[in-house]
Design a protein around this ligand. Structure first.
Ligand SMILES: C[S@@+](CC[C@H](N)C(=O)[O-])C[C@H]1O[C@@H](n2cnc3c(N)ncnc32)[C@H](O)[C@@H]1O
Length: 204
């Protein structure tokens, strides 16, 4: 576990409310749209770096119940569990640095909004690519929301990698087929704009 990184995120989730962080969104529409577009019946989904996202709640409300939450921050996990209340038993909860995540499980859908782009070192990017390639089932999907080439240089005080359509495709090309991709402006709670690139990849 990278303790500096863990402490960074624990501090954020201990000290800031949900509407005091730039990535907060009321309805994760782009993610829901892409998950539905896979057409898989009750897929096994992991939301990596889920933070306090409302995605899992939205998915439970639609009827999905094969869900896994993962985040480096135990505080974010605890607050998300509280938020879900009785519905929290529909989710498997994991507090872990994604780069240390070891599992034999295969997911039909791996969802990551605004987490992968925090990896800025090539060896860590490759480690992540290797991890998703191993832990997504055959014909499963990877959904990634990263900052685009016009997005911010930093998030939460940390450097990020920004992705063009070409770069994100090249990064995952070895094991994934690009199915769909779009840009979308996220309006932060402070009324600023962050340009995201959302990609839907299918595993070969
Ligand atoms: C910008 S927030 C996005 C949260 C959420 N995905 C959303 O869309 O609202 C980044 C999240 O990734 C988590 N995170 C950052 N690095 C991580 C890592 N190496 N492993 C697991 N989670 C990580 C943070 O704790 C934080 O919750």
């Amino acid at each position: 576990m990278n303790n500096n990184l863990k402490n960074h995120w624990e501090n954020i989730y201990k000290n800031k409310n949900e509407d005091e962080v730039s990535w907060s969104q009321q309805i994760p529409s782009s993610s829901i749209k892409l998950i539905k577009s896979t057409g898989i019946n009750n897929p096994k989904i992991i939301d990596v770096g889920s933070g306090r996202s409302k995605l899992l709640k939205s998915l439970i409300d639609i009827g999905y119940n094969n869900l896994t939450y993962l985040d480096i921050s135990e505080t974010a996990l605890k607050k998300s569990k509280e938020f879900l209340g009785d519905k929290s038993n529909k989710v498997k909860w994991i507090a872990e640095d994604i780069l240390n995540f070891k599992t034999e499980e295969k997911f039909d859908i791996w969802h990551d909004r605004a987490v992968f782009h925090f990896l800025t070192e090539q060896n860590l990017i490759e480690k992540y690519v290797d991890l998703v390639s191993r832990n997504i089932s055959n014909d499963g999907y990877l959904i990634l929301g990263t900052f685009s080439e016009n997005g911010p240089l930093k998030c939460s005080g940390l450097n990020v990698s920004r992705y063009s359509k070409k770069l994100i495709q090249e990064t995952f090309i070895k094991n994934f087929d690009l199915k769909y991709m779009f840009h979308i402006d996220h309006i932060t709670p402070f009324n600023t704009t962050q340009n995201f690139l959302f990609s839907l990849f299918k595993k070969y």
